[in-house]
Design a protein around this ligand. Structure first.
Ligand SMILES: Nc1ncnc2c1ncn2[C@@H]1O[C@H](COP(=O)(O)OP(=O)(O)OP(=O)(O)O)[C@@H](O)[C@H]1O
Length: 310
C-alpha cells in the first residue's frame, strides 16, 4: 500500500500508486495525483482511458486493486469516509433519472439520499435554470434539461469536492457559459472541481490544470501553458501581405527564426519554436503597414492531447 504523506492531507484529492485491474485489463495503472483545494481540474483521455474508473474509485464506489486515495483529507474506503462522502458531489456520465418524477421531486429524492435539506431544492433548480420546469415530469425534459438536473443533484448538500463526468454533454452554448460561471462561483468559495470532457477547446480556456490520461496512466499534468512548454509543439504564424512583399519577409523570418516560411494565397505561413515569438515580431516590424494582418496560433489542447496521449 503506498503511503500518505502529511502534504497529501492538505490536498482536496491525493492519489498514490492507484491501480484498478479488471481481470487482465489494467484500467488504471499506477496513478499519482494531487489536486489542491479550490482548483478546477480537468481530466482528459480517449475512450476507455480510465477516467470514469478513476472517478468511481475517488468516490468510493469502486475499490482500487492497489494504492491509496485521500479525498477531502479522508482515506477513501476508510472508516471515516462515510461521513466525508456527504462533502462530495457527483454527476455521473449517464445520470439515471426517474421519468415519472418531476424536477423538484427528483431533487427531493436525491436530497433524502444525501441527507441534504429539502428546502434547498428549489434554489438548486433556480441555479441551473430549471425553476420554470420544476413541476414538469422528467420524461418531458430535453437532454440538456436532464443534464442540468443532474448537475443540480450534484450540488445538493454544499459539496466541498465536485466530480463532474462530461457535465456539458447536451448543453447549449449559453448553458455551457452559465455552467462554468457557476463553477467559478463555487471555486471562489473554496470548492474543488474535477471535470472530464471530450470537448478539449472548452476545457482549454477554463481549467486551472489538467491531467492527460492514456491507457490508465497519467501522461502529463499541468496548466495548459505548462503543457505547451513541455510538449514544445510549434507556434503557427500567419502573415497577410501582398505577394511583392513576401520575399523580403521570408528572408527576415528565416534569418531570425531559422525556419523557412511557406507562401500562401494571402501571404506567408511559418511554423517555429514558441520561444521565437518575439523574434517573429521583430523580423516583421521593418515592413510596417505592409503587414496587413498577423495571426499567432499557439498549440491547442487538442494538439497537445494527440502529442501526449498517442
Ligand atoms: N466494471 C468493469 N468491468 C470490466 N471492465 C471495465 C469495467 N469498467 C470499466 N472497464 C474497462 O476499463 C477501461 C476504462 O474504462 P473507463 O470507463 O474508466 O474509461 P473512460 O476513460 O471513462 O472512457 P469514456 O471516455 O469512454 O467514458 C475500459 O477498457 C473499460 O472497458
Amino acid at each position: 500500500m503506498a503511503s500518505i504523506s502529511p502534504a497529501s492531507e492538505q490536498m482536496a484529492i491525493s492519489l498514490r500508486g492507484v491501480h484498478k485491474h479488471f481481470g487482465a485489463l489494467h484500467a488504471v495503472d499506477g496513478v499519482d495525483l494531487d489536486i489542491p483545494p479550490g482548483e478546477l481540474f480537468g481530466l482528459i483521455g480517449h475512450n476507455g482511458a480510465g477516467k470514469s474508473t478513476l472517478f468511481k474509485m475517488m468516490l468510493g464506489l469502486l475499490a482500487p486493486t492497489a494504492g491509496s486515495i485521500l479525498v477531502a483529507g479522508t482515506p477513501v474506503g476508510g472508516r471515516h469516509f462515510r461521513a466525508a462522502r456527504r462533502q462530495l458531489g457527483y454527476l455521473p456520465e449517464n445520470v439515471v433519472l426517474y421519468d415519472n418524477l418531476d424536477g423538484l421531486e427528483t431533487l427531493h429524492f436525491f436530497a433524502r439520499l444525501k441527507g441534504a435539506p429539502l428546502q434547498d431544492c428549489p434554489a438548486m433548480l433556480e441555479k441551473v435554470g430549471l425553476a420554470h420546469a420544476g413541476k414538469r415530469p422528467v420524461r418531458e425534459y430535453s437532454k440538456g434539461m436532464r443534464q442540468r438536473l443532474g448537475f443540480a443533484q450534484a450540488l445538493l448538500g454544499k459539496p466541498r469536492v465536485l466530480f463532474l463526468d462530461e457535465p456539458t454533454n447536451g448543453l447549449d452554448p449559453q448553458a455551457i457559459r452559465d455552467f462554468y460561471a457557476t463553477l467559478r462561483d463555487l471555486q471562489a468559495g473554496g470548492v474543488t472541481v474535477i471535470i472530464t470532457s471530450h470537448i478539449l477547446a472548452e476545457l482549454q480556456e477554463r481549467v486551472d490544470r489538467l491531467a492527460i490520461l492514456a491507457s490508465g496512466q497519467v501522461q502529463a499534468v499541468g496548466s495548459v501553458q505548462e503543457l505547451r512548454e513541455r510538449t514544445g509543439l510549434p507556434l503557427i504564424v500567419e502573415v497577410d501581405m501582398a505577394p511583392e512583399d513576401c520575399h523580403e519577409a521570408l528572408h527576415a523570418l528565416l534569418a531570425t527564426t531559422g525556419a523557412k516560411p511557406a507562401q500562401t494565397p494571402t501571404g506567408l505561413q511559418l511554423q517555429c519554436a514558441r520561444t521565437h515569438k518575439m523574434a517573429v515580431l521583430a523580423a516583421l516590424a521593418p515592413l510596417g503597414a505592409r503587414v496587413r494582418d498577423l495571426r499567432l496560433q499557439e498549440p491547442s489542447l487538442e494538439d497537445m492531447f494527440f502529442g501526449l496521449s498517442a
